[in-house]
Design a protein around this ligand. Structure first.
Ligand code: HAM
Length: 422
């Protein structure tokens, strides 16, 4: 039996890595203009971090974690998301003592044991950002604006911002109880998971994808009608900021998100081209998380976005994305001997400035010229006995077929000039 990559994982092959590199480069660019610094945390953490951070009643912790024991019997988990790990690192290294406001971003793989389908994988990559130490809606605004700008920078158009509030420690308990009472009256229509959720964490029922539960959810009491005045004021201020900046959004009553750390603002960005897995990114405020992982009381807000889904959405929009490596210049040898050795030397020299390729298998002239064409090179530099003797190179512009002799010391300048022409 031949071995295959595990279910829900994918190889990103060389013809597609340029797309990833393009998206990642755009992200880095926007994030640096927003003043965010990159943080890299381990791919696995103590299981307890996600239990405490993400919440024991979430699907992620209950069903989706890759948890294992190491050789000393410690329970470790491949990170299912980045926020809890960032919070842990910030507390562990006391970063808040150095700077009361932290702007951090990360990019890397996350692991969730979910049922794979288009846009849903067991290993996926997220770009995420976290803003710590800002309590005001200015922080929520900055995060939504940043996510919108990241998606815009890679060229995504058909996105929709959804916004809701999940309340705080003052108003959420009352709402949760109202919800529980409502759900108990519909318990026969709920899936077994939601029967359990009704008692453990009724907000999670709003997330359930089972048709019966969705049906029940349509009549559910609205959290918007249960927000306390400070939560309402926070939301109103954020909405005002978004309106003023011209960022369109829709209020979404059922948006609660699948992680327990959120307080007040939650948001998601959807893309029409993604089918069932329509969330291209999501996030929200988490004013208790830093404390929950053992740090000083510190407000936080952040988001993350799945890179695979961004690429799927771009492809659905028919966006022009960069392709595989194309050399600008192909070195072509005429003859078998020192020409080939000289080509190796010259390639290294020219590669300091240009994208250069050459034949490493000792093929003949015709095969090399064909390869230059096929690779999309714009120039062939011919290396034959005459060139070696004279110290002048034959430079052929492939689009026009024009050939010229260029003295060695002028080679880079001339090649640069030709490549600058459209
Ligand atoms: P999340 O909504 O669970 O949030 O994941 C963020 C994004 O990752 C989703 O919107 C989606 O684009 C992508 N994603 C999630 N699961 C998968 C999967 N199985 N396959 C492919 N893509 C996926 C979080 O993880 C939070 N940490 C976001 C956050 C940051 N909140 C505050 N700060």
């Amino acid at each position: 039996m031949t071995l295959q990559a595990p279910r829900g994982t994918q190889d990103i092959l060389p013809d597609r890595t340029p797309r990833w590199q393009f998206v990642e480069a755009r992200f880095r660019d926007v994030l640096s203009r927003y003043g965010y610094a990159e943080i890299r945390t381990p791919m696995f953490e103590h299981t307890e971090l996600f239990q405490r951070g993400v919440g024991t009643s979430t699907d992620i912790v209950q069903k989706e974690m890759y948890t294992f024991q190491d050789r000393k019997g410690r329970s470790l988990t491949l990170r299912p998301e980045g926020t809890a790990a960032v919070a842990r690192a910030v507390v562990e290294h006391k970063l808040l003592a150095v700077s009361p406001v932290l702007k951090l971003w990360y990019l890397g793989p996350m692991f969730r044991y979910e049922r794979p389908q288009a846009g849903r994988y067991r290993q996926h990559s997220q770009v995420g950002a976290e803003l710590l130490g800002v309590e005001s809606p200015a922080g929520d605004f900055e995060m939504i604006a940043l996510l919108v700008d990241l998606l815009e920078a890679v060229g995504l158009c058909e996105t929709r911002v959804l916004l809701n509030s999940v309340g705080d420690a003052t108003c959420r308990p009352g709402y949760t109880e109202t919800l529980r009472v409502y759900l108990r009256a519909h318990v026969s229509e709920l899936c077994p998971d939601c029967v359990r959720r009704t008692e453990e964490n009724p907000l999670r029922v709003l997330d359930c994808k089972v048709p019966g539960c969705r049906e029940v959810a349509t009549g559910i009491p609205r959290i918007q009608e249960h927000l306390c005045p400070p939560c309402r004021a926070h939301q109103d201020e954020l909405r005002g900021l978004l309106d003023r900046a011209g960022i369109p959004f829709q209020m979404a009553d059922h948006l609660v998100r699948g992680l327990d750390y959120y307080t007040r603002t939650v948001f998601e960005i959807e893309h029409g081209g993604l089918g069932a897995q329509s969330a291209v990114g999501g996030g929200g405020r988490y004013d208790r998380l830093i404390e929950d992982v053992g740090g000083p009381a510190t407000p936080g807000v952040g988001f993350s976005s799945g890179v695979e889904r961004i690429l799927l959405a771009l492809e659905a929009e028919g966006a022009a994305l960069p392709g595989a490596f194309t050399p600008e210049i192909m070195l072509v040898t005429i003859g078998e001997g020192d020409e080939r050795r000289e080509a190796m030397r010259l390639a290294r020299r020219l590669r300091r400035r240009f994208r250069v390729d050459l034949d490493l298998r000792g093929r003949g002239l015709a095969a090399q010229m064909k390869a230059a064409d096929r690779a999309g090179a714009r120039i062939a530099v011919l290396i034959g006995e005459g060139e070696l003797a004279s110290g002048e190179w034959t430079v052929k512009t492939l689009a026009t077929g024009t050939q010229e002799r260029v003295p060695d010391r002028e080679l880079e300048t001339r090649l640069g000039t030709i490549l600058e022409q459209p």
